[in-house]
Design a protein. Structure first.
Length: 437
């Protein structure tokens, strides 16, 4: 991988690509991708990056941020400003951040005919590149309304090329020095985790991985996109990791050994592993060692956010008069029941299981609701109540044991307690990716 041909080796993208070169050479080094948009999650990841003096890869997904606003209300041009404003507050240089777009494709429009969905997907990719996103996951793996399932590799490659053309045109128009790099792959796990039982996961075979790369290489060459093909840096595969509402399928290195070795026969490429959330800490080092050099994490970060907020709400119940409490859990439940679009297709409808999943599922569909005004008001009231109250250590030990670590930083502010709890997840990934695992 010639990083100098893509960008300066000193900027964040160049540093990240150099880590992939080192990974292919046998070093246990990689990056973890923060796929989240909540400010407290981003603050946690940024504090971790400051501590590590590392590159921070932050990605927004097509349903979070798109030309119609996504569930965050942000269009692609908004997201970099949002991220960099938080980075300035934290003290992290924007030159340490790589912005990426995850699952960019027809994901949000699969109920439409392919031609209409792909037109919107190309606009989406173009908007991301024009906004300054540099790592672009071209995901054409999902069927649209008039498609025959499953899609062939040839159709996926053709649609990937269609989006890549839009990205390259946008890059040329933007006039930026750094050109986008691309992630491809047809074996893309369900964003946000499975909704059914896990069963036995099918690890991507060597033949499947090789066929995907070769089919895409030919399609890029046929379309005159040879220079863009030189910037395809990652392939999404299934290494045998996944989660659903209550269970996690853990990585087993022996089962992925053939796939791991095969990547060295593909120039430049490292593997990108999705749905790595909730793995045992030891698994992340094994994944990076085995050339799954890009580890995606999202729901586990917002799951930790929810854990911390609910823990603080339990502390609030012990310290604050009932009439003055935030009642955060009740407010969340009320909003989710009144506006079920983001969970009803994913969680069983029968109670009490439905209620348990709405609050505690690993897929963490509650993450879609934190921006809701009523929930934001409840969180602000929770923080206000606990900022004005001394929290006894036994309550921290009972309801948010990670908060005891914050004392070393001389802060018991509720926001810091939440950030510290999320940073536990970030640290686990950082230890694996930066050679300290």
């Amino acid at each position: 991988m010639n990083t100098a041909a893509i960008c300066s080796s000193k900027d964040a993208l160049g540093r990240m690509l150099n880590q992939f070169v080192a990974n292919r050479a046998g070093d246990t080094t990689g990056v973890y991708s923060v796929c989240a948009s909540h400010p407290l999650v981003l603050k946690a990841a940024m504090r971790q990056a400051l501590s590590d003096q590392s590159v921070l890869l932050i990605e927004s997904t097509a349903n979070q941020v798109n030309q119609f606003g996504g569930y965050t209300g942000m269009i692609p041009a908004d997201f970099p400003q949002f991220v960099f404003a938080i980075a300035e507050e934290i003290g992290l240089s924007r030159e340490s951040i790589v912005l990426g777009g995850d699952h960019l494709g027809p994901l949000c429009w699969t109920n439409e005919p392919a031609a209409a969905a792909m037109s919107k997907a190309c606009d989406l990719v173009s908007d991301y590149v024009q906004a300054g996103f540099l790592k672009i996951h071209l995901d054409a793996s999902m069927e649209c309304a008039d498609d025959d399932a499953p899609l062939s590799d040839a159709i996926v490659a053709e649609r990937t090329v269609q989006m890549c053309k839009a990205a390259e045109s946008a890059a040329a128009e933007s006039g930026r020095q750094s050109l986008p790099v691309y992630i491809i792959g047809t074996e893309v796990p369900v964003p946000g985790g499975e909704t059914e039982g896990l069963g036995e996961l099918e690890i991507t075979t060597v033949d499947r991985a090789s066929k995907t790369v070769e089919t895409h290489r030919r399609a890029f060459r046929k379309a005159g996109l040879e220079s863009a093909w030189e910037r395809v840096i990652g392939l999404v595969v299934q290494p045998g990791v996944e989660f659903n509402h209550t269970d996690v399928h853990n990585y087993e290195a022996k089962k992925a050994a053939a796939l791991s070795e095969a990547v060295l026969n593909i120039p430049r490429i490292v593997y990108e592993a999705h749905s790595t959330d909730y793995q045992p800490a030891s698994a992340y080092g094994e994944l990076v060692r085995d050339h799954f050099a890009i580890l995606k994490v999202g729901p586990q970060l917002t799951f930790a956010l929810r854990e911390a907020l609910f823990g603080l709400a339990a502390i609030e119940n012990e310290l604050i008069e009932e009439s003055s409490r935030s009642n955060l859990l009740a407010v969340c439940e009320s909003v989710m029941l009144a506006e079920p679009a983001n969970w009803e297709k994913h969680y069983p409808g029968q109670e009490p299981q439905g209620r348990l999943y709405r609050r505690y599922s690993y897929s963490d569909r509650i993450r879609y609701y934190w921006p809701h005004p009523a929930i934001q008001t409840a969180v602000e009231k929770l923080f206000g109540n606990l900022t004005a109250t001394e929290i006894p250590r036994p309550l921290l030990s009972q309801f948010l044991v990670s908060a005891l670590d914050v004392e070393r930083a001389d802060s018991k502010l509720p926001e810091d307690l939440v950030i510290n709890h999320i940073m536990k997840v970030c640290r686990t990934y950082a230890e694996a990716c930066y050679g300290r695992g």
